[in-house]
Design a protein around this ligand. Structure first.
Ligand SMILES: Cc1cc2nc3c(=O)[nH]c(=O)nc-3n(C[C@H](O)[C@H](O)[C@H](O)COP(=O)(O)OP(=O)(O)OC[C@H]3O[C@@H](n4cnc5c(N)ncnc54)[C@H](O)[C@@H]3O)c2cc1C
Length: 406
């Protein structure tokens, strides 16, 4: 991380410009934070791969993925969010200033929101790498028109596979679908399944997986293997669309941010990761449902939490850790905690060289966790000359004990 780079400072840097990154941008921009979105390929992300989004609220007539993402983008721009098309290569989240590096730049931020999303999973069958982009495709929206009048093969049976397969039938003469499961079983939702079964252009090859891809310069045949019989099933096709799931784009964060066994980022419900000041939102997170609507919810929370984190950092550095202080960490909704406030107020009157700070955890845990690791309350933290010298926990909490440590 020591090459000479152009340094730029921001309040918030958002990595990834898909539905999540754009929404986080809208929230941060609207909160008047100096916000930068870094996107390595296409603003709008993976949603631009889908022709029709029927389930995003507010669009009863449905909208294309590109159309929806363009609206998100316009809204983020309206709030002053900056965009750069560049690949994030490195991050250093070890200090209070978060560092995000691209080839040429070093961005310093008070908070970072990770919105890297995920990339399509491959089959790992023979010749796959050779034919990616030369017959093997991942985006029906992008490639459907070129399949007009041709036979195509779709691999997978989840929502994306079946819904995009249905879309392909508007162009292709036939859409064969390779499904790993037994006859009648598909991973998609029931509505998509019944629509697909009723579509005369769709044909289903159950109990099959890809054995290898074949062709010349371009792929033109896929050899499937029947898992029950072991028989090889050659399928001549103009394109083969892979819709067999996604892999999170999280290699940048290995060893830095806690992840699930599958490599998705772990957050709490406030989108906080294990590193203070680093949040994650959208498909990159470990969660149940990966859809635009859930990305938007995540990213709204992450944006608001980033704003809160930055505001708390300023209070923490410039007010609480400035000189001598007694910080009372408490829950204002708890009667006993409120009762002890009286003792704190007495100390405030008696020791005017100490500033008293009432840190209410009911509103936010952030400041409490900065003062003591657990953020447990009630407790008192004593600060002398801008340094924490003592944490008095609930068990030892008394006016006398606090005074002995002043
Ligand atoms: C075929 C298909 C159909 C779908 N249909 C629907 C639907 O009908 N309804 C619905 O609600 N959802 C649908 N979804 C799901 C929805 O599109 C996603 O949940 C959502 O778009 C994910 O947004 P995201 O911002 O979290 O991730 P992404 O959109 O994946 O965005 C992540 C961005 O980060 C960028 N990035 C990654 N690494 C880096 C790096 N190192 N540096 C810089 N940038 C980086 C990527 O280029 C990408 O643009 C569909 C998805 C697919 C694939």
């Amino acid at each position: 991380m020591d090459r000479e780079k152009i340094v730029e400072k921001y309040d918030v840097v958002i990595i990834g410009g898909g539905a999540s990154g754009l929404t986080a941008g809208i929230y941060c921009g609207r909160a008047r934070l100096n916000t930068l979105v870094l996107e390595e390929s296409l603003v709008g992300g993976i949603a631009t791969n889908t022709w029709e989004i029927e389930n995003y609220p507010g669009f009863p007539e449905s909208i294309s993925g590109t159309g929806l993402m363009n609206l998100f983008y316009q809204q983020a721009k309206k709030f002053g969010v900056k965009f750069k098309l560049t690949n994030v290569k490195n991050v250093d989240f070890s200090g209070d200033v978060k560092i995000v590096e691209t080839f040429r730049n070093r961005y310093e931020a008070k908070a970072v929101i990770i919105c890297n999303g995920s990339k399509p999973r491959l089959t790992n069958a023979e010749n796959e790498q050779q034919y990616i982009g030369k017959g093997i495709a991942f985006c029906a929206t992008c490639d459907a028109a070129s399949c007009t009048g041709e036979e195509v093969l779709v691999i997978g049976s989840g929502d994306a596979a079946i819904e995009e397969g249905m879309f392909l039938t508007k162009f292709a003469s036939k859409v064969k679908v390779s499904i790993i499961h037994d006859e009648g079983i598909m991973d998609c939702n029931a509505i998509a399944k019944s629509a697909a079964l009723a579509n005369p252009k769709m044909e289903f090859l159950h109990n099959t997986v890809v054995e290898r891809f074949e062709g010349g310069e371009e792929m033109n045949r896929v050899i499937l293997k029947n898992l029950k019989t072991g028989a090889l099933v050659p399928v001549d096709c103009f394109r083969c669309f892979l819709f067999i799931g996604y892999i999170p784009n999280t290699s940048l964060y290995k060893g830095i941010i806690d992840m699930s066994g599958k490599g998705y980022i772990l957050t709490n419900e406030n989108m906080e990761t294990n590193v203070h000041g680093v949040f994650a939102a959208g498909d990159v997170r470990e969660k149940f449902l990966r859809q635009v609507a859930t990305c938007v919810g995540d990213a709204a929370t992450a944006g608001v939490m980033a704003e809160k984190y930055i505001a708390e950092s300023e209070i923490f550095e410039n007010i609480i850790m400035n000189g001598n202080g007694i910080a009372y960490i408490y829950d204002a909704s708890d009667a006993e905690h409120r009762e002890f406030l009286e003792e704190i107020e007495k100390l405030e009157a008696e020791y005017d060289e100490y500033c008293c700070h009432k840190v209410d955890t009911y509103k936010s845990q952030g400041l409490a966790k900065r003062l003591c690791k657990t953020g447990h309350c009630p407790s008192v933290v004593i600060i002398k000359n801008g340094k924490i010298v003592k944490v008095i926990d609930e068990e030892h909490l008394s006016k006398k004990n606090i005074e002995e440590n002043l």
